[in-house]
Design a protein around this ligand. Structure first.
Ligand SMILES: Nc1ncnc2c1ncn2[C@@H]1O[C@H](COP(=O)(O)OP(=O)(O)OP(=O)(O)O)[C@@H](O)[C@H]1O
Ligand SMILES: [Mg+2]
Length: 308
């Protein structure tokens, strides 16, 4: 039995136009200690997928198990680093990490808690900034606090939702190396969500593309058989890197072409003339018809990239 197992998972959301299927028939198997990257377009459903694994939302159908136990809600076995830092702005770096430690290890002595917090802040290189509030930190530093907080929870699996998405290229590269080092030191299982194929290949043991939504599905899983430690500069010349990159990009481009080429929307024209409200509106099926029903239209919008 795989450590993390998603079996035929489907998830949709209600919208004014009915229910939209976001994820369809997701199958995913991850072994203990593996580093798996999931890469996909913006809006495809990556955060929805990570939220399902985190237990923050529930599948409409299908099953998710961690260590053979069904996931029914959030738990300390899963450490989550959100896309948008999500630190408490009125607490310092130390206090943000400490809060998680207080909640998860209430029985530890004061001295042990203090030591645990300091160790994890040191692991991400933030000791000199431990007293600072998130507003006084750069984006990269804030994201390191999120990583320190997740590590301090000592979870079985780390769920990283585009942790580096908002960072400049240089900071991003530095933090990629830190994540790689932390993973090798801690031997934790990691699921990394990213929109950067190169980042996924550089960091992961396996990379899996998610097709664009609606009804996104996972594509073929590709083993990243590039030995570690990986050299960033030499990576782009590595034949395995080129092959894997091509496979993943081909899948993403192909599945994007298969998306519906147009969508039809109901449009109501803006009201530019005064309406005579004394004129009664007819009742249909017990409900009043909309004002200016004749000015409601349907419009079909062609996707610009359709078939390109
Ligand atoms: N709680 C919700 N209620 C309704 N719709 C939602 C909800 N959460 C997400 N969606 C919709 O589901 C789709 C996928 O959203 P999601 O946040 O999972 O995408 P994503 O791949 O993480 O995108 P990004 O790369 O921009 O972060 C979007 O169309 C979004 O509008
Ligand atoms: Mg997201």
């Amino acid at each position: 039995m795989p450590f993390l197992h998603l079996n035929a998972v489907c998830k949709g959301f209600d919208s004014p136009r009915g229910r939209t299927e976001i994820l369809k028939n997701i199958h995913l198997e991850i072994e203990r200690g593996e580093f798996v990257a999931i890469v996909g377009y913006s809006g495809a459903g990556k955060t929805t997928l990570i939220n399902l694994i985190a237990g923050l939302t529930h599948p409409d159908s299908g099953r998710i198990t961690l260590n053979d136990l069904e996931i029914s809600g959030p738990g300390p076995d899963r450490g989550l680093v959100f896309q948008n830092y999500s630190l408490l702005p009125w607490l310092s770096v130390y206090e943000n990490v400490r809060l998680a430690v207080d909640q998860l290890f209430p029985n530890l002595s004061e001295a042990k808690k203090h030591q645990h917090v300091q160790e994890n802040i040191a692991r991400v290189g933030l000791t000199p900034a431990a007293h600072k509030k998130p507003g006084e930190l750069s984006g990269g530093m804030r994201q390191r606090v999120s990583v320190a907080r997740a590590l301090a929870m000592d979870p079985q699996i780390l769920l990283l939702d585009e942790p580096l998405g908002a960072l400049d290229a240089l900071t991003r590269a530095t933090l990629q190396d830190e994540i790689s080092r932390l993973w090798q030191e801690s031997n934790k299982t990691v699921v990394l969500i990213t929109n950067d194929v190169d980042e996924g290949i550089y960091l992961a043991d396996r990379i899996i593309p998610l097709s664009p939504g609606p009804a996104a599905t996972l594509g073929p899983s590709t083993l990243v058989d590039i030995p570690r430690p990986r050299n960033r500069k030499r990576l782009s010349f590595d034949p395995s890197f080129k092959r894997i990159r091509q496979q993943v990009i081909d899948f993403l481009l192909e599945s994007n072409k298969r998306r519906p080429a147009s969508i039809t929307k109901k449009l109501t024209l803006p009201e530019i003339e005064p309406e005579d409200l004394s004129v009664p509106r007819p009742l249909i099926g017990g409900r009043k018809t909309p004002i200016r029903a004749r000015e409601q239209h349907r419009e079909t919008i062609e996707r610009i990239d359709a078939g390109s």
